[in-house]
Design a protein around this ligand. Structure first.
Ligand SMILES: C=C1C[C@]23C[C@@]1(O)CC[C@H]2[C@@]12CC[C@H](O)[C@@](C)(C(=O)O1)[C@H]2[C@@H]3C(=O)O
Ligand SMILES: O=C(O)CCC(=O)C(=O)O
Ligand SMILES: [Fe+2]
Length: 332
């Protein structure tokens, strides 16, 4: 048995944030059956208004496609540290280990962050540790998930009665879209919980800056979302489903009708967790403004006008947990 002394906890793990352990499993995550399109679009809009988050089942994505990518990801993270480091440090793309972003954020996580923009995705020589099989599996997975996300955005615009067709879905999954893809690996962590009642943070609280993110993880717990009442809710893992989160850009495009969801990952001392997230972002020069067909008469934008490129730049100057939209709110 490995005994972890208090001293080790204080020295080796001092750079990582912790949070008070919660044992409650949240049972209120909205579940959307994608095979019933009429009901699905209503539920999606309701969920985006209330939680900025929902789980999609019967989504039609091949489990084999997902399993192959997961297995390639597991093999990648099992490589010797030196080998993985040859594809890093992430800046922002590439292999990263415990450092998140450029401004000193840390987490108990190692990851691979890739751009899905054709030119950047193909910059394989920069990432020598990524095998042909992993590139291929990631490419197939990204195409399938981007298509699913486009479908969800179509449903949202249909349900909200906004047009023209493709005004939302046309922004993601296109050649010019600035989307990215991330594989995260949370190693099992020292059992801090037993020692102190606190857990290590794998990925600190934040909102995603893009339009919508699509997350799939293996059957290991850890993802938490912040509810409107301010409490943290632990999302039960489900490796057969996809979790959709509203990002800051969609909050602006709906003029605050949808709220980007704060989320974080808390580590687990027993199971390692592998997650794969597709962040659907718009083209760099796209203006992020409320969709005019959604605005009621006399309604004003809550935000100053900005492009995705400006927002991204500002995001990369911020820390993970910052309220990034605050800088762009109109002062009343
Ligand atoms: C600390 C940071 C990491 C991040 C860029 C940032 O400066 C603030 C936003 C972070 C985030 C969160 C969602 C995604 O994981 C991500 C890729 C993104 O687009 O914004 C990360 C950025 C990152 O890890 O590079
Ligand atoms: O790994 C996860 O489950 C979530 C990570 C996340 O929120 C992110 O990478 O932006
Ligand atoms: Fe996130």
């Amino acid at each position: 048995m490995v005994v972890l002394s208090k001293k080790v906890v204080h020295t080796d793990l001092a750079n990582f944030q912790t949070c008070k352990s919660t044992t409650d499993i949240f049972t209120g995550v909205p579940v959307v059956d994608m095979s019933d399109a009429i009901t699905a679009k209503k539920l999606i809009v309701e969920a985006c208004r209330e939680f900025g988050f929902f789980k999609a089942v019967n989504h039609g994505i091949s489990p084999e496609l997902v399993a192959v990518l997961e297995s390639e990801a597991v093999d990648f993270f099992a490589l010797p540290q030196q080998e993985k480091d040859r594809s890093g440090p992430a800046s922002p793309f590439g292999y990263g280990n415990t450092r998140i972003g450029p401004n000193g954020d840390t987490g108990w996580v190692e990851y691979l962050l890739l751009s899905t923009r054709p030119g950047l995705m193909l910059h394989k020589p920069h990432f020598p540790a990524i095998s042909e099989n992993l590139w291929f599996a990631a490419g197939e997975y990204i195409s399938a998930v981007a298509k699913m996300l486009k479908g969800v955005l179509e449903m949202i615009s249909g349900e909200l009665g906004i047009g023209p067709r493709g005004c939302l879905s046309g922004l993601v999954g296109d050649e010019k879209s600035d989307s990215c893809f991330r594989l995260n690996h949370y190693r099992p962590c020292p059992n801090l919980e037993a020692l102190s009642g606190w857990n290590l943070i794998g990925f600190g609280e934040h909102t995603d800056p893009q339009i919508m993110s699509v997350l799939r993880s293996c059957n290991a717990p850890g993802l938490e979302i912040r509810l409107q009442n301010g409490s943290w809710a632990s999302v039960p893992s489900d490796q057969t489903s996809f979790f959709f989160s509203v990002g800051d850009s969609l909050q602006v495009m709906t003029n605050g009708r949808f709220k980007s969801v704060k989320h974080r990952v808390v580590t687990n001392c027993l199971k390692s967790r592998v997650s794969m997230i597709y962040f659907g972002g718009p083209p760099l020069d796209e203006k992020i403004v409320p969709l005019c067909s959604l605005m009621e008469e006399g309604e004003e934008s809550l935000y100053e006008e900005f492009t995705w490129s400006e927002y991204k730049k500002s995001a990369y100057n911020s820390n993970l947990g910052d309220d990034r939209l605050k800088l762009f709110e109109k002062i009343k």
